[in-house]
Design a protein around this ligand. Structure first.
Ligand code: DGL
Length: 252
């Protein structure tokens, strides 16, 4: 492993592209191997043991490329497996955390909506994060179908908006100041979320924080790629209909 070794990025599917975009901006010279575990997606409706096993397999796959660091570009896999797998692997593992802290910092007395997968919503990691902030006005909603829509190439549709409207119906009387996107697929669904709410909250996601964290980890270990050229990107697992290219081109 050396400065020129790639960074491995994993997600259950294309959601990690929302993190990859920040990594490309902050660390343009880094070589990237992206693994989308699309055969096993979605992760968010699976049991914790299964998510740990799948994340372990994905990291194991990426270590064959002699990656110098791994980014688990998936909130679900991070919540279920990051702590356990950090003990198993020697290389740095960077995870994703819902950007609740910056949202609360900006809106200390505001109302905050957090959208994530069922696994992320029910795992103790999120509970601890919410309780640690000592804030009552955080509403956590699981939106698993949103992952499926995006995996199937639907970034915006009437069906998505209707699905979200049903999820939000109970909270119609609340006006959320911020919406924390606690699943890496969700930054691609901002338009549908905004339309379903009927107004635009400020969106927060953890992608930028993870990219900055990766920068610090590589810098501290003297592992930043010194090459002035833009790094290569290898994509594992094929997607149809140019989905990867489409998502790479969306401004989030
Ligand atoms: N993109 C993932 C996340 O951030 C997981 C989606 C899924 O596979 O359910 O949680």
């Amino acid at each position: 492993m050396c400065k020129y070794s790639p960074v491995g990025i994993l997600d259950s599917g294309v959601g990690g592209i929302s993190v990859l975009k920040h990594i490309r901006k902050i660390l343009p010279s880094e070589n990237i191997i992206y693994f989308a575990d699309k055969e096993n997606a979605p992760y968010g409706t699976k049991k914790t043991d299964e998510i740990i096993k799948l994340t372990d397999q994905s990291i194991d796959f990426l270590t064959d490329f002699r990656c110098k660091a791994i980014v688990i570009a998936c909130n679900t896999a991070t919540s279920a497996a990051a702590d356990i797998l950090r003990r198993k692997y020697k290389l740095p593992i960077i995870g994703l955390e819902p950007a609740l802290k910056p949202a609360v910092k900006k809106y200390p007395s505001g109302k905050i909506l957090l959208l994530a997968t069922p696994a992320t919503v029910s795992l103790p990691k999120l509970r601890r994060l919410v309780n640690g902030l000592n804030k009552n006005d955080v509403v956590c909603i699981a939106a698993p179908k949103l992952v499926e829509f995006i995996e199937h190439g639907q970034i915006y549709s009437r069906e998505m908006v209707d699905y979200l409207k049903i999820l939000f119906a109970e909270y119609k009387s609340l006006k959320f100041d911020a919406c924390v996107l606690g699943c890496t697929h969700f930054p691609f669904a901002k338009k549908a979320i905004t339309e379903a709410l009927g107004y635009q909250p400020e969106f927060f996601d953890g992608g930028l924080g993870a990219a900055r964290h990766l920068f610090c980890i590589l810098d501290n270990r003297n592992l930043l790629n010194p090459d002035g050229q833009s790094g290569y990107m290898v994509w594992n697992n094929r997607y149809e209909n140019d989905l990867v290219r489409r998502l790479m081109n969306i401004n989030i």
